[in-house]
Design a protein around this ligand. Structure first.
Ligand code: ADP
Length: 194
């Protein structure tokens, strides 16, 4: 069964949205196997957001696509400078105040959680998603204020990413094993056999 890492960022904690966010994951049927509030150290956040060329290019392209769609000039020429600035801002943001880290487990949990979380820019996130329903920040505002998007939540993007991210925040013994109702009702092939 897949596992995925979620961080509720300082804006989610300070807006009192921990319960609301957690309930969306519980309601969809995912199993919570680890949970903690942490005021993160620089090294943890730095390690969590690996500054790869691929990530910088993706961050740059996502933002530029939105500016293009609005017919607005994108004021940054260089994905490395742009990506590095965003990563540095993110590290400062995530270590500035307590966050909540959790691990969820379930069938295709990584993509399921990404679907529930929504697009990176809250104003473009679909209604029904966590970011779309609970936040409305934009690239334009966050870039003009030189800060990362306040989009409430981080969720692992791929299974490989989840495997790298979970040990940054949890030891093996902090990942709990217990019986959840969905271990039977959702996943046990014999549960409904008489
Ligand atoms: P996601 O969190 O949706 O997976 P990314 O991995 O691309 O998004 O980016 C990580 C975080 O960096 C985002 O959640 C957001 O807080 C911030 N961020 C990304 N791109 C930008 C941007 N162009 N401007 C401001 N903040 C950004």
């Amino acid at each position: 069964m897949e596992q995925t890492l979620i961080l509720i960022k300082p804006d989610g904690v300070q807006r009192g949205l921990i319960g609301e966010i957690l309930s969306r994951f519980e309601t969809v049927g995912l199993k919570l196997i680890a949970l903690k509030m942490v005021h993160a150290a620089h090294e943890d956040v730095d390690q969590h957001y690996a500054l790869t060329e691929e990530w910088m290019q993706a961050v740059y392209t996502k933002a530029k696509t939105k500016y293009d769609a609005l017919g607005q000039p994108f004021p940054y020429a260089d994905h490395i400078a742009y990506g590095t600035e965003i990563k540095n801002g993110l590290v400062e943001f995530l270590k500035s105040a307590p966050i909540v880290a959790m691990v969820l487990e379930g069938e295709q949990a990584v993509s399921l959680v990404r679907k529930l979380v929504g697009a990176t820019e809250p104003a473009s996130s679909a209604p029904g998603t966590i970011r779309g329903d609970l936040s409305h920040d934009t690239y334009a505002l966050s870039n003009s204020q030189n800060r990362p998007l306040r989009n409430l939540i981080h969720a692992s993007g791929t299974v490989a990413e989840a495997k790298q991210e979970i040990p940054v925040w949890f030891t093996d013994t902090e990942l709990y094993k217990y019986e959840h109702v969905n271990d039977r009702v959702q996943y046990d092939p014999e549960w409904f056999l008489s």
